[in-house]
Design a protein around this ligand. Structure first.
Ligand SMILES: CC(=O)N[C@@H](CCC[C@H](N)C(=O)O)C(=O)O
Length: 384
């Protein structure tokens, strides 16, 4: 049975209720397998990966086997406590599909169910990929070796939901769609002591505050204003109580840049400034910069031109040309290995991605399924 709105909305609601952090998506995987298992299996092959044990790959054997089209969805959620008040809110305390990967999975199931009933002209590989948010799932999937041989796509597609676009709209652009990211983790160690004797201690609140301030000069002073970059430090903890000088601090953040060169440039400045602060404040700073394959998502020219033309020509699609975004995606790793296109699907929410209030409009699910079923059929036909 091809999954349509009356099937996909309850599936979406169930997935929304069982969000799991990256690499722990066991309940999600079991549920996805139960849905995929009910599709006709005549030309489907399902594969799991021992070294990435929450992932699922599904190959759709087409009428011909000399070309393979890849379609990827991410399946993980975020450590966010849901505050939507939805009747189908998260049942997993402190975890929420606040980035809409439940929408991504529902659309992927809808598309897969279509091709399970309607044999495509060429082979297809559907990837249900863990750990987009925090643990380099795209890179792990590629490096697991599971995509080698007749599982390796020749081209690849994925989307991310977008609260700023009208429900069901498809957004895309030539070139870079998403920034490359790099996580910053800095642990500062000095000497704790009594608040009344600062000269006998080495205060990590002060050193940490200086580090935060100095890192914030990078974009203002070291990034070509014609280009762009972001340094956000979203986490800073230090100390325990007001009258004890803190001997430890932890600062975590993220770098964003639209080119890998700029990302590397900002990483170098973070390193140099951190070394300077350690020297100036006579402390130890253990700095870890972790890019983890979150490269800029650079859309392939030929495939993306075809994607945009198809969507513009389809009267049922509201196509919007979008600007590059500073959000990151581990699809950046996959698209560096396999040419393809990433795009946005509008879900029109007043709350941003990662907000505890984010509620995507579920009408977007069928818009995504229909647009991509049509487009993938078109791409298949180019290779028959
Ligand atoms: C779509 C989205 O929100 N993706 C995440 C990717 C995070 C990458 C990495 N963990 C980092 O924080 O740099 C995003 O925050 O953009």
């Amino acid at each position: 049975m091809v999954l349509r709105e009356t099937d996909l909305i309850p599936i979406y609601q169930h997935l929304h209720q069982i969000p799991e952090i990256g690499l722990q998506e066991h309940e999600t995987q079991a549920y996805l397998l139960s849905i995929i298992g009910k599709m006709p299996q005549d030309w489907l092959t399902i594969k799991t990966i021992p070294t990435l044990d929450t992932a699922i790959l599904v190959k759709v054997s087409g009428l011909k086997h000399d070309y393979r089209i890849g379609y990827r969805t991410d399946i993980d959620a975020l450590p966010v406590t849901e505050n939507t008040g939805l009747p189908f809110a998260s049942t997993h305390p402190g975890v929420m599909h606040a980035c809409g990967h439940d929408i991504h999975m529902s659309v992927a199931l809808g598309i897969l169910s279509y091709f399970a009933e309607n044999r495509p002209a060429t082979d297809m590989v559907f990837m249900f990929q863990p750990a987009e948010e925090n643990a380099s799932g795209g890179q792990r999937l590629y490096e697991s070796g599971a995509l080698t041989g007749d599982w390796m796509p020749d081209e690849i597609f994925a989307f991310h939901d977008n609260p700023n676009l009208p429900t069901g709209a498809i957004g895309c652009r030539m070139g870079t769609l998403f920034a490359g990211t790099c996580e910053i983790h800095a642990h500062l160690s000095g000497k704790s002591g009594h608040a009344a004797y600062p000269h006998q201690a080495n205060d990590m609140v002060v050193a940490g505050a200086a580090l935060v301030s100095q890192l914030q000069t990078i974009v203002a002073r070291n990034v070509d204003p014609i280009q762009s970059g972001v340094v956000t430090l979203g986490h800073f903890t230090a100390g325990t109580i007001g009258n004890v000088i803190a001997g430890e601090a932890q600062i975590d953040g993220t770098i964003r840049a639209l080119t890998q060169e700029m990302n590397m440039h900002i990483q170098r400045r973070v390193r140099t400034i951190t070394e300077g602060i350690a020297l100036a404040y006579d402390c130890n700073i253990d700095l870890k910069l972790n890019q983890g394959g979150y490269y800029p998502v650079e859309n392939n020219d030929a495939i993306t031109a075809d994607f945009i033309k198809y969507m513009q020509d389809d009267d049922d699609v509201n196509f919007i040309e979008t600007k590059p975004a500073m959000t990151g995606e581990d699809f950046g790793y996959l698209i560096h290995q396999i040419p393809g296109t990433m795009f946005w699907l509008g879900v029109d929410s007043p709350y941003s991605l990662h907000s505890e209030n984010m509620v995507p409009h579920t009408a977007a699910i069928m818009s995504g399924v229909d647009a991509m079923t049509g487009f993938l059929t078109h791409r298949n036909a180019l290779h028959k």
